[in-house]
Design a protein around this ligand. Structure first.
Ligand code: GAR
Length: 197
């Protein structure tokens, strides 16, 4: 059984999809803890699904490195096989990458390498593209530039707002994430091998 720690900043709708998938006894992964960098709404899912939560508030530390060191400590406590950044809206410092990558993956609401960074949906809309997408990547030292595990195109429709477009992208992210977790658990996807290419 693959043990997951999921890190969030927001509502955690992608996390909810993982938690719901794990309710199936056949699903080969379990979320063992949920972590956040702030009082994220998604932490309530811990109570709903009976999963422990922890918060390492970014603003409580003098810098990103100090925050990252505590985050590593907290995540390590759960001895995860895989750490999922599911809407964690922070760049993680090198210590986090060194501790967990390539078993550190991130969902992103754009077709990377297009529109990296914190505003993937907004940037795609501003660029006037007719298609954007969803990506799942291995986190490395770059900003959303790590090896691509899976990605899919999503159309931008006339009249789309950041919110309508994001809501169309998220179900695709969820599908990619759940399939990747399945593939990793069943040894059909080797993150080490992917990161060596
Ligand atoms: C997701 O679309 C995720 O890909 C994105 O935040 C959203 C979180 O939604 N992450 C990033 O943009 C990271 N750069 P959720 O809290 O409802 O799962």
């Amino acid at each position: 059984m693959l043990q997951l720690v999921v890190l969030i900043s927001g509502t955690g709708s992608n996390l909810r999809a993982l938690l719901e998938a794990s309710e199936d006894a056949e699903f080969p992964a379990r979320v063992v803890a949920i972590g956040a960098d702030r009082e994220a709404d998604g932490l309530a899912l811990g109570e709903e699904f009976g999963i422990p939560t922890f918060t390492v508030p970014f603003t409580a530390y003098p810098d990103r490195e100090a925050w990252g060191d505590v985050l590593v400590e907290q995540v390590r406590h759960w001895q995860p096989d895989l750490v999922v950044l599911s809407g964690l809206m922070r760049l993680v410092p090198k210590a986090v990458v060194d501790a967990f990558s390539p078993f550190l993956i991130n969902t992103h609401p754009a077709h990377l390498p297009e529109f990296p960074g914190p505003h993937g949906v907004r940037d795609a809309l501003a660029a006037g593209v007719t298609e954007t997408g969803a990506s799942l990547i291995v986190v490395d030292d770059s900003v959303d530039g790590g090896p691509i595990i899976a990605q899919e195109r999503v159309p931008v429709l006339p009249g789309d707002t950041e919110s309508t477009l994001h809501e169309r992208i998220k179900p695709v992210e969820r599908r990619l994430l759940i399939q990747a977790v399945l593939d990793i658990a069943n040894s059909h996807l080797d993150l080490k091998e992917l990161s060596r290419r």
